[in-house]
Design a protein around this ligand. Structure first.
Ligand code: SAH
Ligand code: SF4
Ligand code: F3S
Length: 453
């Protein structure tokens, strides 16, 4: 028998959750003798861990699969698999169209990946396996982490909201919280391995615990994790505005290891559009939430997602969103043009040409909003970081920087608020995971630059 490790290449398309899923796929495959590779051409197993949040995300998957088909033609022995949210949504249909895909699986049965691959190798018969929901007892899967000293940890799966534009509830299912004991055990182990930063993940982490038998919510989990020695920073993604309450804000204000960072997507700054989106809050509610945060944590970084060109969005609605971004002073925002998703309510509205925003108009709006976001982010960063010394957690060290930049060893890390910082001319020994005082010299919308104090 040949025990040489096999190589697996995973291409990840989606959100943090998908990235964390890829690490879990590597973890599962590790048990059956696969190691990760960064080169698709040398892989024995290629997995597309897909996203379907917008049609553009799905299109990227298709064009890449075309390239993998060519690899398979050269070497028919390789295995091509499709997983993730697009797999869950329409994997079987895609496999029919692209029969060179050996294996299709979804978001709810990813924990069985190793078994699927073994099966495939024995029977040499391609197959598709999709199930409707995560098993009641959420399967625990190992992770092969790639982002030391930072680790993502899933705490809740699925989403119980029904935003009218969004496909996530149909590909990720209903909310299911992971057992708190399992979460804590995983984080203790991460701390022992030297990990310093934990990001708790879920589509709606602020709903954590609501489906558990015991009374245990996100704040309880945060307090417990705060006790774990070795862990220096704790974040969570994504929070829904509806579930951000006083107790949560107080806890974040009180506990030093909890980052003063809130990713709480607003989606639109206009009340009519928010109602059509079924977001369950209006702009007044969101503003009051921001005020509560800033009263207790004046320098908190608040970030958001926005959609432009939602069906029926007028110029005035759009301008309300731009105004809101400036007023709230978001630290940064992810913006996207509305993309209709199958079987969602908003997709039906977009079929009505009177409501549909033409693609040209969507593009114009996204360009404008991106300008607003950039200016706002830069202003916010200047206000918070100018002439300060920041604690930066080192995430990457680059010793081979080309000499023409003349900047010596460079390192990259983040502030507590999640802002990227490049550190130049490093002349003391540093390691990944160190938290270092850096004097900020330069600030723009995307990053800070500084020197070690
Ligand atoms: N659960 C998170 C969002 C998850 S999806 C929340 O409620 O905030 C990530 C982002 O994709 C969303 O915040 C939204 O801005 C964007 N998005 C979702 N569906 C979209 C669609 N149909 N078209 C364009 N953007 C979309
Ligand atoms: Fe989608 Fe809304 Fe759920 Fe977020 S809260 S995942 S936008 S349905
Ligand atoms: Fe995409 Fe699925 Fe995340 S659709 S954004 S990968 S939850």
């Amino acid at each position: 028998m040949n025990n040489k490790a096999l190589k697996c290449y995973i291409k990840t398309y989606g959100c943090q959750m998908n990235k964390a899923d890829s690490e879990r796929m590597f973890g599962l495959l590790h048990k059956i003798n696969y190691i990760p590779t960064e080169k698709a051409e040398e892989a024995d197993l290629l997995i597309a861990n897909t996203c379907t949040i917008r049609e553009g995300a799905a299109d990227r998957v298709f064009s890449n699969l075309g390239r993998w088909k060519a690899l398979k033609k050269k070497n028919p022995e390789i295995i091509i698999a499709l997983g993730g949210c697009l797999g869950q949504e329409r994997g079987s249909e895609i496999q029919k169209r692209m029969p060179f895909i050996d294996l299709v699986f979804g978001t709810h049965n990813m924990h069985r990946l190793a078994e699927f691959v073994e099966n495939l190798k024995q029977k040499r018969q391609s197959f598709c396996e999709l199930i409707e929901e995560l098993p009641e007892d959420i399967p625990e899967t190992p992770s092969f982490r790639q982002n030391f000293p930072c680790a993502w940890v899933n705490i809740i799966f699925g989403c119980n909201f029904n935003c009218t534009y969004c496909i996530v509830p149909s590909v990720r299912g209903r909310e299911k919280s992971r057992n708190p004991k399992k979460i804590k055990e995983e984080i203790i182990e991460l701390a022992e391995q030297g990990f310093k930063e934990i990001t708790l993940l879920g589509q709606n982490v602020t709903a954590y615990g609501q489906d558990l038998n015991e009374k245990y919510a996100l704040v309880n989990l945060l307090r417990d994790i705060h006790e774990i020695k070795g862990i220096e920073r704790i974040r969570f993604l994504t929070g829904h505005p509806r579930f951000i309450n006083k107790e949560l804000i107080n806890t974040i204000a009180e506990l030093p290891k909890l980052c003063k960072f809130f990713h709480i997507p607003m989606q639109s700054g206009d009340d009519y559009i928010l109602r059509k989106m079924a977001r369950a809050y209006n702009s007044k509610y969101y503003l009051e939430m921001v005020e509560q945060i800033r009263n207790l944590i004046p320098n908190a970084s608040i970030t958001s997602d926005f959609i432009v060109g939602f069906p029926g969005e007028t110029q005035e609605h759009f301008e309300n969103t731009c105004k809101m971004i400036k007023e709230i002073e978001f630290a940064s925002c992810i913006t996207a043009m509305y993309s209709p998703r199958k079987n969602t309510q908003a997709a039906k509205w977009e079929e009505n040409l009177e409501l549909k925003i033409p693609e040209e108009e969507k593009k114009q709006r996204i360009n404008i909003i991106n300008q607003v976001v950039e200016t706002t982010a830069e202003n916010f960063a200047k206000k918070i970081y100018e002439n300060t010394i920041q604690k930066i957690l080192i995430e990457k060290i680059n010793e081979e920087e080309p000499p023409f930049r003349g900047l010596g060893v460079l390192a990259f890390g983040r502030t507590d608020g999640g802002k990227i910082c490049e550190i130049q001319n490093i002349n003391i020994p540093i390691q990944l995971g160190d938290i270092i005082d850096v004097k900020i010299k330069d600030i723009n919308a995307w990053k800070l630059t500084g020197n070690i104090v």
